[in-house]
Structures are given as C-alpha cells and as structure tokens.
Design a protein around this ligand. Sequence first.
Ligand code: NDP
Length: 328
Amino acid sequence: TTAEKVAKFKLNDGRDMPALALGTYLGFNQNGVIKSENKQLRDAVLNAIDLGYRHFDTASIYDTEEEIGEAIKMKIDSGDVKRSDIFLTTKLWNTRHRRDQVLPALKDSLTKLGMDYVDLYLMHWPIGLNEDYSHSDVDFMETWRGLEDAMKQGLTKAIGVSNFNEEQLKRMLEEATVKPAALQIEIHPQIVQKDLVDFAQENGIVVMAYSPFGSLVSRFGMQMPGPKMDDPVLTEIANKYKKTTLQVVLRWLVDRKIVPIAKSLHAKRQAENINIFDFSLSEDEIRKINEFDSHTRFTLPSFWQTHPYYPFDKIDTPIADPFVKSNM
Ligand code: NDP
C-alpha cells in the first residue's frame, strides 16, 4: 500500500513518525476559526487514509478534532487501519498554560477526538494567555511540566513544542525532564530555517514543517510574494523528475529529514502531495531551493510581540489582536 511507501523518521523514544502529515487548519475569519461544513473535513480524512496518509495534525484551537476523530474511528471500525497505524498530533492552546490546566485540556481534546491517547501533544506557542487573551506570565517550563504529567499518564505517547525559537528550545533542553520529541515550525522555500532545524536535529528532535508550500499556493484567498508554482528554478527540477513543483518542495523538506504538514481537502491534491516517496533531490538541488530564503513568515502574530516569550523578531507596526473580541 502507499502507506508503506511513506518514509518514517525515528523519534527520540524509538517510535516512528510518518514523514508526511495531513494538515487540518481551515483558517480564520471575523467569526473565529472556519468550520468544516457537511463533514467536508471528515470526508477528506477518510480519503487521505485511503491514499496512505497515516499522520494527522490538528490543534484544539482549529476546532477540527471531532471530524478527524470521527474519520479515524470509521476506518478502525471498518478494519482498514488499526489505531496503532495512525499517528495523531494535537496541540495545547495558549490559554491553558498553567500546569494544572494541561491534563484537563488534553482530556478535552481526547474527548473530541474520541481517542484514549494521541501520539504527539505539542505546546502550540511558548506564549501563555489568560482567558480574555491578556498576557499571562506563566513560564513555558511550567507548562512543559504539565505536558510531562500528561505523558506519564499515558494520554500522549510523546510531547513536543511549536513556534519555539532556538534560545527557548535550548532552555527547554537544559531544564526538561522529558526532552521534546518534535518541533513544529513554519518552513518553506522563503523561510528555510537552517540554523533552527540543525540545532533541533542535532539534539534528536524531529522537525515538522507547517505551511510547507509557502508562496506557491494562496491560502484563504491571500497571496504571499515569492516563488509561484510556475517558478523556473522549481520547474526545471520538477521536469527532471516528472513531478510538480509542489511535490519538489515537499521532497526538499523530506530530504532535509523534515516532516511536511500539507493541508488539502481535495482528493486529487492529497494524492499529488503524498506521491513524493519515489524520488529524491540532489544536494545541489536542495541548495538551489535554499536560495529562495528571505526569512518571510506567513504566521506572524505581532499582536503578541510585547509578550516576554514572543518567539519572533518584532516589527514596527504590530497588527491588532484578532482573538480579542473588540478588535474583530
Ligand atoms: P499549506 O502549505 O499546507 O497550504 C495549504 C493550501 O494549499 C490550501 O489552500 C490548499 O488548498 C492548497 N493546496 C494543498 N495541496 C495543493 C496542491 N497539490 N495543489 C494546489 N493547491 C494545494 O499551508 P497551511 O498553512 O495550511 O499549513 C499546513 C498545516 O500546518 C495546517 O493545516 C496546520 O495543520 C499546520 N499549521 C500549524 C501552525 C502552528 O502554529 N503550529 C500554523 C499554521 C499551520 P485546498 O485545501 O483547497 O486543496
């Protein structure tokens, strides 16, 4: 089956992570997160499982856990997969960073998923927030103790972090009892993240790439400046391997031992995105793609930049916080 063709990367506990995940974030508008309609996401996950996807990336803030869980349970019930064939990642939201809030938060996610455990629980951001989204000063190391508790209780097989910078990751490696198994960050041709990826990998942390297509696709109707699908450098590489430029970009990540999290609700695109395990790029081609690097982020929550644990460089004119009701 295709699932067997998907490469796997070893986590620091010896377990395997499938080297491609299906992303499930549906976006954000004035009313909050965009919801799946008519079970569109459930059906997309069912289709993805048929295509060989075994790794699903969600988060409590995406509000997609229910339909993902529903699809996985349907596939378990029909005998197509076992729970142990699936790698399920979800994330703790910023408003539940106190140590005593972490277990209940994960339990809420598990209830929505209809699962006894997840494979990976990530701290979504190093940033703690209060219920009203004012900044809280909960230290992310306190939050980490909560993730360690959850792991000890068997509610998650592994724990990790997302949107941490190198300094924060360093501190975590020094102070954590359980070392993070994974780091999820934005990576695509315009944000190559060489230093952070090297640092994580040297420390046995598997890196996962969100928004892997970068400027090649538009997201929620937004275009980002940068290489597009018909970029000549990417097209030349794609033609050589009889692949598409999107497949080349995903392969560029896998060849760097990074797990791309590619989101698509469409069957044909899901099939395209998983069809990357029968070729690999040369060192020279990887270097050529690295040259697109312009350190440009899609996910830049500058409204949090006064927070002591804001992980990114600050900008001159931060945008209004979309999570705060009065700004919507
Ligand atoms: P992606 O790079 O996965 O791009 C998704 C967009 O590309 C969608 O518009 C999708 O459209 C389109 N697309 C996908 N495949 C194809 C294809 N083969 N041809 C043409 N268009 C295609 O970006 P995301 O920002 O969604 O990131 C992926 C995932 O990463 C998220 O879903 C989420 O799980 C995770 N994430 C994590 C974050 C974090 O803070 N940890 C932040 C952001 C994302 P369509 O669906 O209509 O096919």
